[in-house]
Structure formats: structure tokens, C-alpha cells
Ligand binder design. Sequence first.
Ligand SMILES: Nc1nc2c(c(=O)[nH]1)N[C@H]1C(S)=C(S)[C@@H](COP(=O)(O)O)O[C@H]1N2
Ligand SMILES: [Mo]
Length: 261
Amino acid sequence: MRTHKKKIRKILTPEQKIKRRNFISFLTFFILGGAAFGAWKWLLQAPEETPGVTAGASKPLRRALNKTELFFRNLFSHNHLARTYAPERAAADVRVNGDIGIEDEDFDQENWRLSILNGKKEILKVNMVDIRQLPKTAIVFDFKCVEGWDQIQHWAGVRFTDFIAHYKLQEEAKMQYVGMQTPDGAYYVGLDMDSALHPQTLLAYEMNGQPITPEHGAPLRLIIPVKYGIKNLKRIGTITFGNQRPPDYWAEQGYDYYSGL
Ligand SMILES: Nc1nc2c(c(=O)[nH]1)N[C@H]1C(S)=C(S)[C@@H](COP(=O)(O)O)O[C@H]1N2
Ligand SMILES: [Mo]
């Protein structure tokens, strides 16, 4: 006959139970804390990425940024619109931030031209008279800067998609990326085509119903509500279509290339 070996369980007093639970919690806390500390140290000592279109971030951090970009680009939809507001909600005193590529006080707006390129080849040159003839779209939305501020602002101009349709740039719009630069080339951004073609993306020439002032990017700036402020380039000089990631000023300083919202 087989005998059942009865498992003898020690009966614990409530105090002993509490002690045991405390011990387990502290052990878990120290193990997880140690792991987190180890991961942090590993991230800090990780080598910096090889400078290229992006630079200045550690290798694992940049890998994570690029992975999240892929994830969010898959979710991206032109039907998903940034929240808009009534014009009365827009700030009258619009915050100024960043003047790279627009410091020149003698900048000649009259002779300004927007140059459109396919790769290295210029395919179109337009002026403000041409651009003002295109359908005008206004937007009032919450502009967000990565530095931590946001403000409801009122902008108007031509939708980038309307610009593309009018100048028959459909073939260019099938490419992967759009790069934009200031006339002096000092500030530049790279955009994935989906974000550039989003219905709320504007080539803007008015702020609060008035022509844009020089410090906000006169005569023409980018307004792209699906991105953080850094991508909203002021004073566009060139727009380049291409299949390689265009250079991006802040991505070269360790920031996220995608910078989506
Ligand atoms: N040419 C140019 N465009 C730029 C910048 C800049 O320094 N130079 N700064 C960017 C940043 S970080 C922000 S938040 C917005 C600010 O636009 P605003 O000055 O009209 O508020 O412009 C973006 N576009
Ligand atoms: Mo910003």
C-alpha cells in the first residue's frame, strides 16, 4: 500500500506572514532596481552612432528612435487630423523660437523665389504671386515645440497637396521623402512623404490674417501640425523630392528624425 506523504505546512503567525511578504517585496525591488541601473549604465556607456543623416545620439537610442518611427509610420493615416480650434482661440502674440537661417535682416523678400528640385535637378521656380493664386487654406491648431511649450496659432497658405496638384508634381510625390531648406541652407528639415502630404500640411504665408513677419519665416514657411515645431521650417528656399532621407538640422544634433505627434 502506498502512503500519501502529507506535505507538512508550517502554520505561520500573522507577523511571520508580514515579514515574509516584506522580504519578498524588498528582494523584488532590489533585483528590478539593479536591472534598471545596469540597463541605464549600459545605455550611458553605449557608443555614439556613426554620424550621417542622423548624429549625436547613442547607438541603442537611435535604434529605438528608428524602430518607433517605423511603428508610427505604419499607423499614420491622412484621416487622422490634428485638433483644430475657433480662430478666436488663437494667440495674438505669437511666440518666436529659433532664428537659424533667418537672421539676415536685409533679406530681400521681393527677389525671393521658391525652388523645387527632383534630386539635384531644379524642376520649378515660383514666386509669391504664383503661390497666392493657389487655393488658400487656414488652420487654427495647437503648435507644439519639443522644448515643452505649445500655443494655439492661426496660419493660412496653400496646402502642400494642392501645390503638388497644381504644378503636376504627382510623380515626385510618389518618392519617399521631401527635404526643405532656408535660402541660405543654414536650417533644413527632412519629412517622410506621408506627413508632407497630410491634408493639414501648409506652405503658409499668413499668420492671424496678415502676411507672415520675418521672424516667423516670411515670405513662406512650413506649417505641419503632425510634427513638432522643429520640423516647421521658417522661410523656405528649396523643396527637394527624393528617395533618401534628406539632411535634417536637429536629427544631426541627436534629436528624433521623425519627430511626429
Ligand atoms: N529657419 C528656421 N525655422 C525654424 C527654426 C529655426 O531656428 N530656423 N526653429 C524651429 C522651431 S524649434 C520651432 S519651435 C518653430 C518656431 O516657430 P515660431 O518662431 O514661428 O514660433 O520654428 C521652427 N522652424
Ligand atoms: Mo521648437
